[in-house]
Design a protein around this ligand. Structure first.
Ligand SMILES: Cc1cc2nc3c(=O)[nH]c(=O)nc-3n(C[C@H](O)[C@H](O)[C@H](O)COP(=O)(O)O)c2cc1C
Ligand code: SF4
Length: 441
């Protein structure tokens, strides 16, 4: 039986980013259907679909939408296209290859929630995607798809704006994103209140990830139950999994939400170069706890990955083969979080740099057993004690690497050098062709 493709179906087809190409494939018929439905019925379908946010936290989308206070106007929709979590690369391809699917999802969402202005906050390093999206919005506006009347027939005005960020990871955190959108420094806000109640310019705001909203047209066309049936448990639909690292065929793969992680790596990605063994896998972006190679025969469904002690997060899967030095890999991750901490809270500002320094010291053979203990203590003191989840994002990898690969940290201390030498980044890293949906890069 052929697999259902919702998000990557049109990728690689000629004109896939153009209105004509999208319309030729039935595009905007879901919006047409939605305009004949009661807004509340659309929200019900999304609830039935078991669509969960694809930005990282996996929150139920339909439920989030119901948090908007009933009588406060205006209200806004913000699409999170920041995509800065290391290992994550999927939203940029939705925008590049099929921007109208996102625009149609935005239009349906806004109609369902009585929102008349939507903002797409896109990472500054994506100028090409920002231009493609801008052009697609202009095309949709010129054709009367959005603007004063939806599809030229429904008295419902909608405008969509693209806002480019300046390349700070923290601006992917939803409240920092709102601050940045308001023209301020991207400092996360204390929550509660949550954005659905007090969001952009103090007004109720729904924030959803690009992939989350790109699913909405399919849900309206095919029904929430059909979407739920593609997944399992409380996670419906397909998902985009971006696989990088030591695999023969890296890329973006659209698979049912409960697809098997080992199968994805060993079959879809063609296994590990040189036939080496999988040493470790980060299943959901660099902040998700690492799994050992013998722990990857699991479903990627959100709750199943949680039960295995990690997170399916943003769907960014990083594979490490047996030639990798896990201390060196962790040092690189820790450096990222230390650089990206916004500095508002002491445990995160100080703790992330402290962790980076200790891990570097151990990697270079200057660490002691006391340093390994100190690393455990510092990581344990950050998570849960900060304004936003970057603190947890920085400490979870450290705690899990220490739990799963402590012997490697101790070997560095005892041998007073990196036991992996210059090959500690893994062998045969060099350029392998990537597959993005049906497109070869
Ligand atoms: C430090 C940090 C960075 C984040 N970066 C992103 C991001 O780049 N893209 C994204 O969609 N969500 C990101 N999130 C999650 C968002 O805060 C938010 O949960 C998400 O955009 C909600 O959309 P969803 O429910 O559709 O997943 C980040 C969270 C944190 C704490
Ligand atoms: S946890 Fe870190 S990134 Fe988040 S607000 Fe505090 S200092 Fe800033």
């Amino acid at each position: 039986m052929s697999e259902t493709l919702i998000l990557t179906k049109r990728w690689g087809q000629p004109n896939s980013a153009k209105l004509a190409g999208y319309r030729a494939d039935g595009g905007y018929s879901a919006l047409d259907k939605a305009l004949g439905m009661e807004p509340a019925a659309i929200v019900d379908e999304v609830k039935k679909s078991n669509l969960r946010g694809r930005g990282g936290a996996g929150f139920a989308t339909g439920l989030k939408w119901t948090f908007l206070p009933k009588d406060v106007r205006p209200r806004y929709l913000t699409i999170n296209a920041d995509e800065s979590e290391p290992g994550t690369f999927k939203d940029r391809y939705i925008i590049e290859h099929d921007p109208h699917q996102l625009i149609e999802g935005i239009a349906i969402t806004c109609y369902a929630l009585d929102i008349h202005a939507a903002y797409v906050y896109i990472r500054g390093e994506f100028p090409k995607q920002a231009r493609i999206l801008d052009e697609a919005i202009q095309e949709a506006r010129a054709a009367g798809v959005i603007g004063p009347r939806l599809l030229g027939k429904k008295d419902f005005d909608l405008d969509i704006h693209v806002h480019r960020g300046a390349g700070a990871y923290i601006c992917g955190e939803e409240s920092a994103l709102l601050e940045s959108l308001e023209g301020k420094k991207g400092y996360p806000r204390l929550k509660p209140p949550f954005p659905a109640v007090v969001g952009l310019w103090g007004k109720p705001t729904i924030i959803n990830n690009v992939e989350t909203i790109a699913n909405i047209p399919w849900i309206v066309s095919n029904g929430g139950e059909a979407f739920a049936a593609l997944g399992s448990g409380k996670t419906g639909g397909t998902r985009l999994f971006g696989v990088s690292g030591h695999v023969n065929r890296p890329g973006v793969f659209e698979k049912p939400a409960a697809y098997n992680l080992k199968k994805l790596i060993m079959e879809d990605c063609g296994g590990i170069p040189g036939g080496r063994k999988v040493k470790a896998v980060i299943p959901g972006g660099s902040s998700s706890p690492v799994l050992r190679g013998d722990e990857i025969d699991i479903s990627l469904e959100v709750d199943a990955v949680k039960a295995a002690g990690s997170m399916s997060g943003s769907g960014g899967i990083i594979v490490f083969d047996e030639s990798t030095c896990m201390v060196r890999a962790l040092a690189r991750i820790a450096k990222f979080y230390a650089e990206e901490s916004c500095g508002q809270c002491t445990p995160c500002r100080e703790g992330t740099s402290w962790m980076e320094g200790i891990i570097e010291k151990i990697e270079h053979g200057h660490g002691t057993r006391g340093d390994v203990e100190k690393l455990e203590q510092v990581a344990g003191a950050i998570g849960g004690n900060t304004i936003c989840a970057l603190g947890d994002a920085a400490s979870m990898p450290v705690q899990s690497f220490l739990k799963k690969f402590k012997d490697e940290f101790i070997r560095h201390v005892e041998e007073r050098r990196c036991p992996f030498g210059e090959h500690g980044w893994g062998l045969e890293q060099a350029s392998r062709p990537a597959v993005v949906g049906a497109v070869k890069y």
